[in-house]
Design a protein around this ligand. Structure first.
Ligand SMILES: Nc1ncnc2c1ncn2[C@@H]1O[C@H](COP(=O)(O)OP(=O)(O)OP(=O)(O)O)[C@@H](O)[C@H]1O
Length: 300
């Protein structure tokens, strides 16, 4: 039998006439890193707020097993990073020695030791966005919670910050802590989490390990290159897909690489007299998986 640290069933939430959550069920096994993946505005923060008890759902049940639930605390800009963590530790009942040990450990884990020491430290007001973000994560971990809820832990971080956060999350899971995080980046979900649930149109449309979701989506993409913006614009209209965010007039069109789907794509290119400068077929990557899964009609 599974041991779930977090179970939620039938969560519903509306703001005015906008239904954001339309029956969300979640089961998060203990000691795992679990990612809730969804597009902007899909309701991820709303789920975190419900799980952490900040907001009540209109309907549904939440059960969290685990003595403590850690989530980010607001930062005091006038204090150093270390003092912020000591303040959170005091509020969570740690004695002076435990608090000092905990603050030093968390600053080290999140790569903030240099800037946060009390003597040489700078106030949080002078932190960069990424440093604030990392300190925010550290506040969630004060007091060794058994369950940690993190909203967009890798949002706005540079590669070294992301690496630090990834390492911290893996260490927590190895220590038996359950981590529930949200992200809008399929790649992050695949790299950070043991299991991923995809939130779309108020429902969980898929759930599983990153590998299982890849198999479920069974997708890939064709990468097309065009000579100029005009040709690309026409291609987007007649083929669909997502243009590249570079200057190279590229387009990514879902394609599973089978002979049939390739033939259909080439026929369409021919039929629309599109001048294609380059074409390559790619195995599924996390973005393909996400786009395919969220394009599925919601049933049930
Ligand atoms: N208190 C509120 N009042 C009204 N609408 C709200 C409120 N909170 C959230 N919403 C709306 O609910 C929807 C989901 O918001 P939410 O912040 O949960 O999404 P999200 O997936 O976390 O988005 P993002 O990735 O952009 O942070 C949005 O349309 C948002 O405008």
């Amino acid at each position: 039998m599974h041991n779930f640290a977090i179970s939620a069933s039938g969560l519903r939430m509306s703001f005015g006439d906008r239904t954001v959550l339309d029956g969300v069920d979640l089961e998060v096994p203990s000691g795992t890193v679990f990612a809730l993946l969804g597009a902007e505005g899909s309701g991820k923060t709303t789920v975190i707020r419900i799980l952490s008890g900040v907001t009540g759902a209109d309907e549904g049940l939440v059960r969290i097993t685990g003595e403590h639930v850690g989530r980010r605390s607001p930062l005091d800009d006038s204090l150093t990073g270390e003092d912020n963590l000591l303040a959170v530790a005091r509020r969570r009942g740690l004695d002076h020695a435990e608090a000092a040990r905990c603050a030093a450990d968390l600053l080290g884990r999140l790569g903030l030791t240099e800037v946060s020491g009390m003597a040489s430290g700078i106030p949080v007001a002078a932190y960069s966005g990424g440093m604030r973000h990392r300190l925010g994560i550290a506040t969630a971990l004060v007091g060794s919670p058994e369950v940690v809820l993190l909203d967009e832990p890798t949002g706005g971080l540079d590669p070294s910050g992301r690496r630090a956060v990834r390492r911290v999350l893996r260490d927590l899971a190895a220590e038996g802590v359950t981590v529930f995080l949200t992200t809008r980046h399929p790649r992050d979900a695949g790299e950070l989490a043991d299991r991923v649930a995809v939130l779309s149109q108020g429902r969980i449309v898929a759930e599983g390990t990153p590998r299982e979701l890849g198999r479920l989506a069974s997708c890939g993409h064709a990468h097309l290159r065009f000579a100029d913006a005009e040709e690309l614009e026409w291609a987007v209209r007649v083929l669909g897909g997502v243009p590249g965010d570079d200057e190279a007039f590229t387009l990514r069109v879902p394609n599973d690489g089978s002979v049939g789907s390739l033939r259909a794509l080439l026929d369409r290119i021919d039929h629309q007299l599109l001048a294609v400068d380059g074409l390559s077929i790619h195995a599924p990557d996390p973005d393909d998986v996400f786009l395919t899964l969220t394009a599925r009609p919601v049933t049930g």
